[in-house]
Design a protein around this ligand. Sequence first.
Ligand code: NAP
Length: 323
Amino acid sequence: MKAVVQDRYGSPDVLELRDVDKPVPGDDEVLVRVRAAGLNAYDWHLMRGDPYVARLALGPRAPRARIRGRDFAGEVAAVGRNVRDLGLGDEVFGEVDGTFAEYVCVPDAWVERKPAALTFAQAATLPLAGNTALRGLRDVAGLRSGQHVLINGASGGVGTFAVQIAKAFGAEVTGVCSTRNAELVRSLGADHVVDYTREDFTRSGRRYDVVLDLAASQGIAGLRRALTPTGTLVLGSGGSPGQFLGAPVLILQGLALSPFVRQRLRPLVGPAPSKAVLAELRELADSGRLAPVIDRTYPLGEAPEAVRYLEEEHARGKVVVTV
Ligand SMILES: NC(=O)c1ccc[n+]([C@@H]2O[C@H](COP(=O)([O-])OP(=O)(O)OC[C@H]3O[C@@H](n4cnc5c(N)ncnc54)[C@H](OP(=O)(O)O)[C@@H]3O)[C@@H](O)[C@H]2O)c1
């Protein structure tokens, strides 16, 4: 089968479309014929081995998982003997390493039936970013109906889901984005939009019960200034390519300060894939409360260009590779 593989860490130039063996599912796995793969910052973190310290876990010269891509939507092509709830031809979506490929094996616990209302490309955008937005707002922030939440980075892959999920929870939502994305963020349901090219939300005097930071564009003092005295800051940014300070420093500052202040300062650390969360995302999508925004779609062979575009950190919603 064809797959996008890397043998060393580096820029998108290290990604190559190649023939590799088609995987065989284990007893608790499902073999999926991939129809679309959504991109995430996760992909370039693994591709580059960035931050360097992550290489201790990922592998010294290249990631042990050589095929890139994490999110997928596709059709079940085979099932392991312990898999009961899925069968041949079922349309599914989920999260596992190695989805820039014609086929991928995924543990049964990380795959669910795809939302009927969505195309394969749309469904492939949901798993990682939707999981991050849902868990960040609900489990880390404890967002409740009637609370006021600010989402910094509202027009990106995670932010476009976070705005819609926060609205579905009944929150009052402020989205921070640039001028060109203001209309998009409003159309997703944001009650207020702050254009970061014209206004600094940390200096406006307005205070929010929850701030979900996906941009790492402000220091910890500014982010805290935008919070109510007992508000919750969720530090969700993973940092930019080649940037060794920034997001990790924010997280360390948040962790160090948190025990001494009334505000809750919480990191959002890669939530594990979950069948239950996939089912919740499907329910939100099928009921019309969550609609993916796709910026660009690339064929499998152009996956390096897709990652290059994502790395610019100005995608409007999600970037997808179709297989
Ligand atoms: N903790 C976790 O588990 C987890 C999981 C997934 C992602 N993440 C992290 O979450 C962050 C966001 O991910 P993503 O997939 O949404 O990234 P993304 O799609 O690359 O985000 C791009 C968006 O960021 C906006 N942006 C750029 N500079 C900004 C600024 N100064 N203020 C506000 N918005 C700005 C851009 O808008 P303009 O073009 O208008 O500037 C663009 O729409 C990343 O750092 C990623 O690593 C964390």
